[in-house]
Design a protein around this ligand. Structure first.
Ligand SMILES: NC(=O)c1ccc[n+]([C@@H]2O[C@H](COP(=O)([O-])OP(=O)(O)OC[C@H]3O[C@@H](n4cnc5c(N)ncnc54)[C@H](OP(=O)(O)O)[C@@H]3O)[C@@H](O)[C@H]2O)c1
Length: 298
């Protein structure tokens, strides 16, 4: 039985996929207006009714019964967090995680993880970094190889903006506006444009590799066009981590266009290149679903 914390773009897509592809059931659903619960799990038609509610209206949908988060946490087995990232204090999710002792946590929300990486034991987080191209699974599989460098284009929205500027010739401000209209910028666009999002992903990558790194240790420069061909790169090498705009030579394998992501991992015996879709509602929901299935089977 699954508690879904957040019922926005990714949360709703996840709920649909869960019911289409598995026999697992949601027992509680929360949005910013509160939550509802049904101990034996919502039926497909009840989920359809919840999907028809407006944002913030889950607790008024007349489906299940209104419930406080504490009771829902007591009765569900897996917590799926798709609430917004808050890099100041991780809330509202961080308090929920603290109360969720005994539950497995599956998350697409980077902030609580990045602020307290070591704190959570039973947590599945492959949806937080390159959800469409599950990098976390690959990184885990490298142990005990020594990873020397990770370089990547980890933020699809800024790569979209830079591609529009240099490949398609639109102005920087127009490209930012387009990214906003397409819904690919975070609700707080400074998280993308000032590099907090890729810096958070570097923190998750480093800690997954067993390298302690906090958000404040990642050096950040905001995205700015420097001339052709600028990419917004995120780098982890030799204990140093940084995010900055850089002009890469044309033959650099990190060149990918629009919202695509790319990562080059150099280990003591290999150089691995991964390219593919990063975020996106469906891609992220699939990564969450895979983690849910793993969490439910342990
Ligand atoms: N979109 C992507 O492609 C993508 C990819 C990877 C990771 N992520 C991460 O996934 C998470 C969700 O993204 P999204 O695009 O689905 O965001 P979203 O559409 O803004 O949905 C966020 C949901 O969280 C709910 N929420 C806000 N405050 C809450 C509270 N105090 N208690 C309970 N629920 C609360 C919102 O409620 P209301 O409905 O009432 O507003 C909304 O349902 C974020 O952490 C994001 O960074 C997103």
């Amino acid at each position: 039985m699954i508690l879904l914390f957040g019922f926005g773009g990714v949360g709703r897509t996840y709920a649909q996929l869960l019911y289409q592809r598995t026999s697992y059931r949601l027992c509680a659903v929360f949005d910013s207006g509160g939550g509802v619960m049904k101990e034996e799990g919502f039926t497909p038609s009840e989920i359809a009714a919840l999907l028809n509610t407006a944002r913030g209206a889950v607790s008024k949908a007349g489906v299940g019964r209104p419930v406080h988060i504490d009771e829902a946490l007591d009765r569900c087995r897996v917590l799926v967090d798709v609430s917004p990232p808050n890099y100041q204090n991780g809330e509202p999710a961080a308090s929920v995680y603290r109360k969720a002792r005994g539950l497995a946590i599956v998350t697409a929300n980077k902030a609580p993880l990045v602020l307290n990486f070591g704190e959570y034991r039973n947590i599945y987080y492959k949806a937080t970094v390159m959800a469409g191209t599950p990098l976390v699974d690959l990184l885990r599989g490298l142990h005990p190889q020594e990873v020397k460098t990770v370089r990547g284009i980890l933020n699809g929205s800024t790569n979209y903006i830079l591609t529009r500027v240099y490949r398609d010739g639109v102005s920087f401000n127009t490209a930012v506006e387009e990214a906003r209209e397409k819904g690919i910028l975070e609700p707080d666009p400074t998280l993308d444009l000032e590099g907090v999002d890729p810096a958070a992903k570097l923190v998750i990558i480093a800690n997954t590799l067993g390298i302690p790194l906090s958000l404040s240790q990642v050096e950040r420069q905001p995205v700015t066009p420097l001339g052709p061909i600028t990419r917004y790169i995120a780098v982890l090498e030799g204990g140093r981590a940084y995010v900055k705009p850089a002009r890469l030579p044309p033959e650099d394998p990190l060149h990918v266009d629009y919202t695509m992501n790319a990562v080059e991992i150099t280990t003591e015996v290999n150089t691995i290149l991964v390219k593919g879709k990063g975020a996106g509602r469906l891609e992220t929901a699939f990564a969450l679903l895979n983690d849910t299935m793993r969490a439910m089977s342990t």
